[in-house]
Design a protein around this ligand. Structure first.
Ligand code: HEC
Ligand code: HEC
Ligand code: HEC
Ligand code: HEC
Length: 152
């Protein structure tokens, strides 16, 4: 094989794999219930949260865009059928937001933390619905994070 055709074959091969990869993404699956254990948290100090994905979406009738987004010029352009990235791929700061002494973190800084984004989404909605007197989900720590068995 000449050098030229070798390069061509390689490029073609790469194109096909990228194509196959995106097909796999388009058929992205999501379990009915997700045990939230993002790798960004090196250690989970709190009990792991069980999130009923299917129930939220179907039984509680919450639109995908309430939780999934891709912002472009301040607008959410994500639509059903698009690939879904994990929250931590964008909200990629680990731990709890902590400002340096004498400084304050802006809202834009805080939302970069997965800790802030996830609590704002989950707890935020539950709180809002509570205020409106509607059926809602838990807002207390231990109602989402079950108490861990004490290590002996
Ligand atoms: C509505 C449910 C909900 C409530 C209420 C809630 N959390 Fe969370 N919390 C989560 C979810 C979901 C995560 C993300 C876990 C992951 O993706 O790994 C999380 C992550 C965390 C983490 C980082 C992971 C860990 O275990 O170290 C801490 C710490 C935490 N929460 C503390 C709290 C505290 C303290 C409260 C009460 C003030 C609270 N949470 C209330 C759902 C909740
Ligand atoms: C109430 C919030 C909420 C609603 C509504 C919701 N999702 Fe999700 N979804 C999540 C969370 C949280 C995850 C876990 C993300 C993570 O682990 O970072 C997730 C994960 C996913 C994943 C898997 C992503 C991955 O890489 O693991 C897909 C696919 C998905 N959702 C699609 C949808 C679609 C389609 C809808 C609407 C029919 C929808 N979701 C409605 C919150 C929601
Ligand atoms: C593709 C990148 C990306 C992914 C994936 C992503 N976010 Fe965001 N998110 C952003 C950006 C950028 C903003 C800031 C938007 C703005 O300018 O206000 C944001 C804002 C937010 C906000 C505050 C404003 C709002 O829209 O309510 C919350 C809460 C939030 N994200 C939670 C989540 C959760 C929970 C997940 C996973 C289910 C997630 N995000 C996945 C990029 C992302
Ligand atoms: C847009 C609103 C909204 C968002 C976002 C949301 N929830 Fe909920 N959640 C609800 C409603 C509404 C209910 C209860 C409805 C009912 O009982 O009829 C609920 C119920 C729950 C319950 C108790 C019942 C069950 O199905 O387990 C848990 C736990 C819970 N949510 C966790 C979460 C977590 C964790 C997240 C974030 C990953 C989240 N929720 C995001 C609206 C929301």
């Amino acid at each position: 094989m000449g050098k030229r055709s070798l390069i061509l074959t390689t490029v073609l091969g790469m194109t096909i794999s990228i194509f196959l990869l995106s097909m796999a993404f388009a058929g992205q699956e999501v379990p009915d219930t997700i045990t939230m254990k993002s790798a960004l948290f090196k250690k989970h100090k709190k009990g792991l949260v069980t999130f009923t994905h299917k129930k939220h979406s179907i039984d509680y009738n919450i639109a995908c865009v309430e939780c999934h987004h891709v912002y472009k010029d301040g607008k959410n352009v994500w639509k059903e059928g698009d690939n879904v990235k994990k929250c931590m791929e964008c909200h990629n700061k680990a731990g709890k937001p902590r400002a340096k002494k004498g400084e304050k973190l802006s809202k834009d800084e805080k939302i970069k933390y997965l800790y802030t984004a996830i609590h704002a989404n989950c707890k935020g909605c539950h709180k809002d619905l509570k205020k409106q007197g509607k059926k809602t989900g838990p807002t207390k720590c231990t109602e989402c994070h079950p108490k861990k068995e004490k290590k002996k």
